[in-house]
Design a binder for this molecule. Structure first.
Ligand code: NAP
Length: 300
């Protein structure tokens, strides 16, 4: 039997997901997977889900903008991380039930682990309060840092994140600010950049005022700290370039993208990738994606 899978979004034409899953299926010799990109408008989401429920060949799908939040209300089961983040990017069709997961959290956890970042009793600064920032806050809070500060220009959105998480992670002190200048110098072990500022082909390309936010954030980092930019295109972002100037260790978003996709595979195919194979796949995918990202405008 063939397995149907897809990434749904609107727009969807620049999605890298079909290339990623095609690469993984080929490397693993999984010939049964038929993965497509489907343009699904918000008003057509329920129609798409009905079609999935009626066709037993579906194994699952990835959801991207604008479906990540709406999908939670339309599925049968929601995994705890997706529930806390308030968004899901993966659905697994299991025994006729639609189960939603958030593998962005797993992708962030994996990137931090691979970089040897330990957060116990450390302080974390997250710039942004959207879906990716919420996934980052969840991944970090699970490691029990002493403090997580959310920096966002829209303060009510940051405060809403803080109030959602403060109750779930009682050992972590959460706070929110819209003013980077108020942050004390040399205090954060980890900075996470979770806005589109600096992303290639994005309207929020890093102009002077935005670069100064990055410089202020980096001033607030400890000299041996880590800077993690969730953006994967370009690989060396304006934020990471600034962080290198202070000698911070840097992490880009490419491996988060890869690891969230491998986590999706694990959910659909019940953890079938061995550790050794996973390392080979990560590097193979990174090289494959670098070529694609350097040659055409892209999106997840
Ligand atoms: P989102 O939900 O739209 O949130 C965007 C956040 O960025 C909001 O907090 C927004 O602030 C802030 N922002 C946007 N433009 C800004 C500007 N000019 N100045 C200051 N703040 C600004 O987006 P998302 O889904 O969280 O994604 C954020 C970024 O994460 C994406 O651009 C993408 O590059 C990256 N990402 C990477 C991966 C990966 O696999 N590597 C996965 C997901 C996302 P307001 O609340 O004030 O509007």
């Amino acid at each position: 039997m063939n397995f149907k899978a897809a990434v749904i979004g609107h727009p969807i034409q620049h999605s890298l997901s079909p290339s990623i899953f095609e690469f993984v299926a080929k490397e693993l010799g999984e010939k049964r997977l038929a993965y497509s990109a489907q343009d699904v408008k918000p008003e057509d989401l329920l129609k798409f889900l009905k079609a999935v429920r009626e066709d037993s060949s579906w194994i699952g799908f990835n959801a991207t903008i604008p479906h990540k939040e709406a999908i939670l209300k339309a599925v049968d089961d929601v995994a705890p991380a997706a529930h806390s983040v308030g968004a899901a990017n993966v659905v697994h069709v299991k025994d006729g039930r639609l189960q939603a997961y958030n593998t962005d959290v797993l992708g962030i956890e994996s990137s931090l682990r691979q970089a040897g970042v330990s957060l116990k009793d450390e302080k974390v600064l997250i710039f942004g309060a959207g879906g990716a920032a919420r996934a980052a806050a969840f991944a970090c809070a699970s490691e029990k840092p002493s403090q997580i500060v959310i920096l966002n220009r829209n303060l009510p959105r940051a405060l809403s994140l803080v109030s959602d998480y403060a109750a779930n992670f009682s050992e972590v002190t959460f706070s929110a600010t819209d003013s980077v200048q108020t942050l004390q110098t040399d205090q954060f072990s980890l900075l996470i950049q979770a806005t589109p500022i600096g992303m290639a082909h994005h309207e929020s390309s890093a102009d002077h005022s935005q670069l100064s936010i990055f410089q202020e954030m980096i001033r607030a980092a400890r000299p041996n700290g880590v800077a993690f930019d969730l953006i994967y295109r370009p690989e060396r972002t304006p934020f990471l370039i600034e962080a290198e100037k202070k000698g911070l260790k840097t992490i880009g978003g490419l491996y988060m993208l890869i690891d969230q996709a491998l986590a999706t595979w694990d959910i659909w195919f019940a953890g079938s990738i061995s550790q050794n194979l996973r390392s080979v796949l990560r590097e193979g995918l990174a090289n494959n994606l670098r070529q694609k990202l350097n040659s055409k405008p892209g999106d997840q």
